[in-house]
Write a protein that binds this ligand. Structure first.
Ligand code: NAG
Ligand code: NAG
Length: 816
């Protein structure tokens, strides 16, 4: 089955290649004979379905009953893991070095433009000031380039969509929590636009009002006085203090948010002016973003929270609290197979959290801010039916209770005003979708579960740095859902349904493309971006809140996937918005006049006349450590294999072939002719239409536009930015956005293990890590034990204890 999908896709590609070659030869010939005739060309670039068919070959293992742990993590199957390894090994392919740009079509018949482009007029604001980069010349050896290209095979180009479990790590940067930042907008006109946008009536309004009136039940009134009310999804302003007499919401309350969710739109576009209100510039950012030149002061090391999702599945009160919800769940079956299977490892306890927190203190203690442990509340046993019902929250028995640094938070304390109406939840995705509501003095957090431990000393920059943003890690398997997901998709294995569904949403919001799954390890996040990413999908976000068990519906917003890709897409979107709407539409009349279009054509020509970006542009991703040093920040210690930074450009442009870029197809028909709107304005040149086209409708056109325009300069994102003198406020907004959404892609030093039995654990873990002192930056030990044999389990318990004690023998200061 896999082979079939694969070969038909192959076939299509090679056919396309042939098409390209013929086209290039013709185009090249025409170009040089200066007889380029307009209108006769067909560009396969844009019309071709540049999006590969959905690439997630079905695995036969779906027939096996799904085994899930108490939080609903699907437990994986080793056979398939091995098959995947094999596919992955075959997959490493060497890509040829892309050529320079002889063939790109900037169609214009105006000799002036061609001349201007050739002369490449220097602009005051963007001169690089670096000239030839001698270090680059040495470092950018071909060997390195090929190796790196192979590692981050462009999603569009990787033919095999395999499921592989690497391990992962996340992101970070310091933006203050939105709550305490005065909302100041850069100009009043923009503010008005934003107000109008936010106040615009949409179908949800009425339902929203009705329900907030009907269902307040002692909750804080939903019509609060802050900016949140303008957003269809309200977020928590402050954490709710824990109370023993809190009671779980009624069944009816939970039903009410289902109705509310159905009245909400699927998407919500947050204008950049609004999105950046929580970013404060310190002065060095413009030069850094526009030229990749750091001139600021030494920066303080960022502080990062560590946030755990934790459950003690063996606590009897918890089991009892969960039971009525299990019985009610749509996953429950008459024979109770599901209830039995998903509680299969309820009674295993390796004390992973204890060791994970030891590893954080030992290896990341100097930048760890708070440790937040997210837990379930449970109903206490009652002495008799007349005594009052009280609640407790789970807590590891070994944890000291006099620490300010460590917070144990029950869902009731941080879930949003609507989302909490369906508590308690036992679905990790539902909890992760509310992470942004945890409160802290820092915006940055590293989200992990208790089965993940750090194995080596970390620098903050391994997770996040103010210069490069969070570190993101991706697997090889990519998703590109072009049709609404079906019931069949919902039944796919493991995390797939959530990836497929979230891919569908991202495709509609940002344009269709393949997007890789995130690696399985801790995730470096910004609370602010997380909130924006999740609430940008109001209906899916709220629907997620009434899932109590993973898999009740296959379609749930997948937090990490949506957050990572939202970050990357917004960075790209900000660049295009800046370039088309602010920079190119110089007079901001919403229309690209001939003069304005000429400027774009000139930018493109200039970018093409330089050598290909692979050789022309300085590789920022090779120099992350050097730049961090300039800012007085610690260099990464584990995630040193940096594949790309957003300062190199959006990750989508890496390895992207733009030789066939065609202004007519990609920007607007008649774009390069003064005659097309000489006598009347044509709607095709509306700046918003062109922006939407390159941002969303033809993502590849947008990618190439960015790649070509950036290639005017050796480094930085300057060529996309509005003029610093003529449009200082708009430029500041763009810089803020580019700082907020910056990111780094790494191949994380992290290993993922499925622990299945004692012998395997001894061979794969104990021997290498304890006896041979093997080290990994991060280790994830997923509990995949199926046996119920007591002796076997005892043996495994022993092996795991020896492993953990061997790795992290010293108690942390968090322990009693
Ligand atoms: C289970 O569902 C019924 C309605 O079908 C509802 O009355 C009851 O409260 C539910 N139980 C829980 C624990 O939510
Ligand atoms: C989990 O709950 C059980 C039963 O209450 C208890 O014995 C065990 O110590 C708990 N584990 C932790 C880590 O607190």
């Amino acid at each position: 089955m896999i082979g079939q999908t694969y070969s038909s896709y192959r076939h299509k590609r090679s056919f396309r290649k042939f098409y390209y070659i013929v086209f290039f030869v013709v185009a090249f010939f025409l170009w040089h004979s200066e007889s380029l005739s307009r209108g006769k060309h067909e560009s396969p670039q844009v019309t071709a379905p540049h999006l590969a068919p959905r690439a997630s070959p079905e695995r036969p293992d779906q027939a096996v009953p799904r085994v899930v742990d108490v939080y609903g993590h699907h437990v994986h199957n080793r056979e398939s893991e091995r098959a995947i390894e094999a596919v992955r090994d075959q997959q490493v392919q060497r890509r040829p070095k892309p050529p320079a740009y002889p063939n790109v079509l900037v169609r214009n018949d105006d000799p002036e433009i061609r001349k201007e482009a050739a002369e490449a007029p220097e602009e005051l604001d963007e001169s690089d000031g670096h000239g030839v980069d001698s270090i680059d010349a040495i470092r950018d050896s071909v060997g390195d380039a090929v190796e790196h290209a192979a590692k981050l095979a462009q999603a569009e180009d990787d033919d095999t969509a395999s499921d592989s479990e690497h391990a992962a790590i996340g992101e970070d940067r310091q933006i203050r929590l939105s709550g305490d930042i005065p909302r100041k907008l850069d100009d009043t006109a923009a503010k008005q636009r934003v107000e109008d946008l936010l106040n615009a009536d949409h179908p949800s309004k009425e339902t929203q009002k009705e329900h907030t009136e009907a269902d307040t039940d002692g909750e804080e009134p939903a019509e609060a006085h802050n900016d949140n009310t303008k957003h269809p999804i309200e977020t928590l302003k402050e954490q709710t203090p824990w109370s023993e007499t809190y009671s779980f919401p009624s069944w009816k309350e939970c039903e009410s948010i289902k109705d509310k969710a159905d009245g909400l739109p699927d998407m919500f576009h947050m204008p950049f002016e609004v999105a950046v209100t929580d970013v404060k510039l310190e002065g060095w950012e413009d030069e850094w973003i526009s030229k990749a030149h750091y001139t600021g002061p030494h920066l303080p090391e960022p502080k990062i929270d560590f946030v755990y999702n934790w459950v003690n599945g063996s606590q009897p009160e918890f089991v009892k609290t969960m039971l009525p919800y299990e019985l009610n769940s749509s996953l429950n079956d008459p024979d109770g197979v599901w209830i039995k299977s998903h509680s299969s490892n309820r009674y295993r306890e390796w004390n992973e959290l204890r060791y994970s927190m030891r590893s954080v203190e030992k290896y990341a203690g100097h930048f760890a801010n708070r440790i937040q442990i997210l837990v379930n509340a449970f109903q206490n046993y009652r002495e008799d039916s007349s005594s009052p019902i009280t609640y407790g929250k789970q807590r590891p028995y070994w944890l000291r209770d006099d620490l300010e640094k460590v917070q144990v938070l029950s869902q009731e304390e941080f879930f949003g005003p609507d989302e909490r109406k369906c508590l308690p939840t036992f679905d990790s995705l539902t909890i992760e979708n509310q992470l942004y509501n945890t409160k802290s003095e820092t915006d940055r957090l590293f989200a992990l579960s208790d089965d993940m431990i750090l194995g080596k000393p970390h620098a903050a920059s391994d997770l996040y740095s103010p210069l490069f943003g969070p570190t993101l890690g991706f697997k090889d398997n990519a998703y590109n859902t072009l049709q609404p997901p079906t019931e069949k998709d919902a039944e796919r294995f493991g995390e797939k349904p959530f990836l497929i569904y979230t891919s569908w949403l991202l495709n509609r919001r940002f344009g269709a493309r393949k997007r890789k799954g995130q690696v399985h390890f801790g995730h470096s996040l910004s609370r602010s971006i997380t909130k924006e990413a999740i609430t940008s999908f109001p209906r899916p976000a709220l629907r997620s809140a009434f899932q109590r068990f993973r898999g009740e519906t296959g379609f749930q917003l997948y937090s990490w996937y949506v957050i990572f890709h939202y970050t990357m897409e917004r960075h790209r979107e900000a660049l295009l918005w800046s370039y088309i709407m602010l920079r190119s539409d110089a007079n901001e009349d919403g229309y690209l006049s001939w003069t304005e279009r000429k400027k774009i054509l000139r930018d493109l020509s200039e970018g093409m006349n330089n050598k290909s970006p692979e050789t022309f542009r300085r590789r920022i991703y090779y120099r992350v450590a050097d730049y961090l040093q300039e800012a007085g920040l610690e260099s990464p210690k584990v995630n040193t294999d940096v594949l790309w930074t957003s300062l190199d450009g959006p990750a989508m442009i890496k390895d992207l072939d733009c030789d066939a870029f065609d202004t007519e197809d990609c920007l607007a028909p008649g774009f390069s002719m003064p005659s097309s709107d000489a006598n009347a304005r044509s709607p095709v040149f509306s700046s918003a239409a062109i922006f939407d086209r390159v941002a969303r409708q033809s993502p590849r056109c947008g990618d190439c536009l960015i790649k070509l325009v950036l290639n005017r300069r050796r480094a930085g994102l300057g060529p996309m930015l509005p003029h610093p003198m003529k449009k200082p406020e708009q430029r500041a907004t763009v810089i803020k956005a580019l700082v907020k959404y910056q990111y780094t892609i790494v191949s994380p030093d992290a290993l993922f293990y499925m622990v299945t039995d004692a012998e395997q654990a001894e061979h794969l873990l104990l021997k290498p890590y304890i006896r041979h002192k093997k080290k990994a930056g991060q280790i994830c030990l997923n509990d995949d034990v199926v046996t119920t044999d007591k002796a076997e389990l005892d043996q495994l318990q022993k092996v795991m204890s020896t492993l953990f004690e061997g790795l992290l023998p010293d108690p942390s200061s968090f322990e009693i």
